[in-house]
Design a protein around this ligand. Structure first.
Ligand code: GYE
Length: 302
């Protein structure tokens, strides 16, 4: 009569604490990511200290410093921009607190300053948006671009991927490009200005769904039909965007998975158990348009 084993295989390690420095709450995507991390912490019984950076890198750096002072076991960092993290990450490394990057990458000269990055391939997302649009516009037309947060990895990469594909279509041009900070309000405001300045706009490429939803409002208020008079393609695949596609007000959204909580805690537990984790853990993204959005909606998790 052998005794029952103490733990099942793959059982969670001892109780531990994670400090999570989040960028803010600029978009539906961001809110879904925050919730995914918070829900997963609760599910696993992990203590989570959450810090809202309110779109300020300075506040994020302060948060990481305070997590170090509180001696958390692991730090999750969703870095607003790509540069400027080296000093604070060195402070974390000096006291052996592993840092896991969530969703956005950074530029550092020494990549041992973080353990892993959980992300999507933002360049590929930009390419997918451009390929969809090129097909839809038969390789011809004037496009305006709403960029994400200046200096952020998704804004840089989504611009690059889109431009790369567009280079193959000489009759498709980005006539205007400006940041809309990944928000509905700024997307709307920038689109209003674009529409006033330029009556020839045929399509909008927005680096996220929120800006596309804002742009669609601006188009309606200017007396045109978003999704018909002006084609809109964006990135994230959030529920609100798929609803708008179903209603014919947006045309395409390339998915970007914000549900990074489970993967982040898996990585944390592997690191705490002394195991190696891959340097980049990349989610696989699909795309939704008029032919697939309605069907996908009932089972979408964000
Ligand atoms: O696409 C956007 C958010 O970093 C991938 O940030 C993320 C982006 C996402 O505000 O909606």
């Amino acid at each position: 009569n052998s005794p029952a084993p103490e733990t099942k295989t793959g059982a969670a390690p001892k109780k531990y604490t994670v400090g999570f420095s989040q960028i803010g709450a600029e978009s539906a995507w961001r809110t879904a990511e925050t919730k995914s991390v918070q829900d997963e912490a609760q599910k696993r019984g992990v203590t989570l200290k959450f810090a809202d950076g309110q779109q300020k890198q300075e506040l994020q750096i302060q948060a990481v410093r305070s997590f170090i002072a509180q001696k958390v076991d692991v730090i999750f960092l969703a870095p607003k921009v790509e540069t400027g993290w080296e000093p604070v990450l060195r402070e974390a490394k000096r006291v052996n607190i592993p840092v896991i990057l969530l969703d956005r990458g950074i530029k550092v000269s020494d990549d041992s300053l973080y353990k892993t990055l959980l992300t999507s391939d933002f360049v590929e997302e930009g390419r997918m948006a451009a390929n969809w649009l090129a097909k839809r516009m038969n390789g011809k037309g004037n496009i305006v671009e709403l960029q994400g947060t200046v200096g952020s990895a998704p804004a840089n990469d989504r611009k690059q991927g889109f431009a790369e594909v567009l280079a193959k279509f000489p009759d498709m041009k980005v006539t205007r490009s400006q940041t809309g900070d990944f928000t509905i309000a700024k997307g709307k405001e920038v689109m209003e200005a674009f529409l006033k300045a330029d009556p020839t706009i045929q399509a909008v490429y927005a680096h996220n769904d929120d800006m596309a939803l804002g742009a669609a409002q601006a188009i309606e208020e200017a007396g045109k039909k978003p999704g018909k008079d002006i084609i809109l393609v964006s990135i994230d695949g959030v529920h609100q965007a798929l609803e708008a596609i179903k209603d014919g007000k947006l045309n395409c959204s390339v998915e970007c998975n914000p549900l990074l909580g489970p993967g982040a805690f898996d990585a944390a537990e592997q690191i705490l158990a002394g195991k190696d984790v891959p340097k980049r853990i990349v989610s696989k993204d699909q795309q939704f348009d008029e032919s697939t959005a309605a069907q996908a909606l009932p089972t979408r998790k964000y």
